[in-house]
Design a protein around this ligand. Structure first.
Ligand code: IMP
Length: 200
């Protein structure tokens, strides 16, 4: 498959999360890419009405690209639990409720599993690069594992304390960030994006 290369130097990150924007900026700096965030530009956050991670990443990237006339990059991520038919999936953030309480969200998952021996789950990260002419390039990264109970570890965020990646002894909540970033769904998606669109 021929992928369109990113050649213009300036990229809008379709996110209002400063931590995420900084991280993406650092990842793309070696390729001479300068980033500005949708937050800094005062762009509205579109409603995430897609039915998949890729659809949601695409609608965020397209909206930022059309609004600015520049290429834009967006991500969407979450946790898919096999025995729950892929839930919370694209609703991962919403399962934390208005308070974004992920202790509560993890208890909700444990309760929904109700002793089910199938503890398999995976994190997904979709990344979409959109151009003002409507062209998009999308990538998905995964990390597979199992869910532990009770949750373990103070590090990371979201569902990290209950996620044990295959082949690891520490949950994402116990691993230091560099070790998590080496194997995470986000790292996998970024590798695909960088190889396809930023390496010339
Ligand atoms: P968003 O893509 O920033 O909207 O994040 C979606 C939600 O998925 C987050 O609020 C987290 O609950 C969950 N999530 C995504 N990636 C991770 C991760 O690396 N660790 C733990 N939870 C994650």
């Amino acid at each position: 498959m021929t992928r369109r290369k990113f050649t213009t130097g300036h990229l809008v990150i379709a996110s209002h999360n400063p931590g995420k924007v900084r991280e993406i900026g650092e990842l793309l700096a070696p390729f001479g890419v300068e980033v500005t965030s949708a937050g800094e530009l005062g762009l509205p956050e579109p409603e995430e009405t897609g039915q998949s991670f890729v659809e949601n990443a695409e609608l965020k990237a397209r909206a930022a690209s059309v609004a600015t006339g520049m290429p834009a990059l967006a991500d969407d991520s979450g946790l898919a639990v096999a025995a729950l038919g892929g839930d919370p999936g694209i609703y991962s953030a919403r399962w934390g409720g208005p308070a974004k309480d992920f202790d509560y969200a993890m208890r909700r998952i444990e309760k929904a599993l109700e002793g089910n021996p199938d503890r398999r789950a995976h994190f997904v990260c979709a990344l979409c690069l959109a151009w003002p002419d409507g062209h998009v390039e999308s990538f998905e990264g995964f990390v597979h594992g199992t869910l532990v109970w009770p949750p373990r570890g103070p590090l990371g965020f979201g569902y990290d304390p209950m996620f044990l990646a295959d082949g690891q002894t520490q949950t994402f909540g116990e691993m230091n960030p560099e070790d998590k970033h080496a194997i995470s769904h986000r790292a996998a998606a970024f590798h695909l994006l960088v190889d396809a669109c930023f390496r010339h």
